[in-house]
Design a protein around this ligand. Structure first.
Ligand SMILES: [Zn+2]
Length: 68
């Protein structure tokens, strides 16, 4: 089905629609960050914006901390 580019600029893998990242980048995120991103509440879009901003700044997935 639809394959989209992983938002990590250092990654050339693809993600599925409905997923924020490819599996490798997702697995590389710290546990608390994964947990925060898995919450689909009113702050989900804010978390996603933070995630993309961190990637844009060159932060590797294992150093991205999101605790909203
Ligand atoms: Zn990736």
């Amino acid at each position: 089905m639809s394959a989209l580019n992983c938002p990590n600029p250092a990654c050339e893998a693809q993600r599925r629609a409905g997923q924020y990242l490819c599996w490798d980048c997702w697995d590389a995120l710290p546990g608390p960050t994964r947990g925060a991103l898995s919450s689909r509440d009113d702050l989900a879009i804010v978390r996603l914006q933070i995630l993309h901003r961190e990637f844009a700044a060159g932060v590797p997935p294992h150093e991205i901390e999101i605790d909203l």
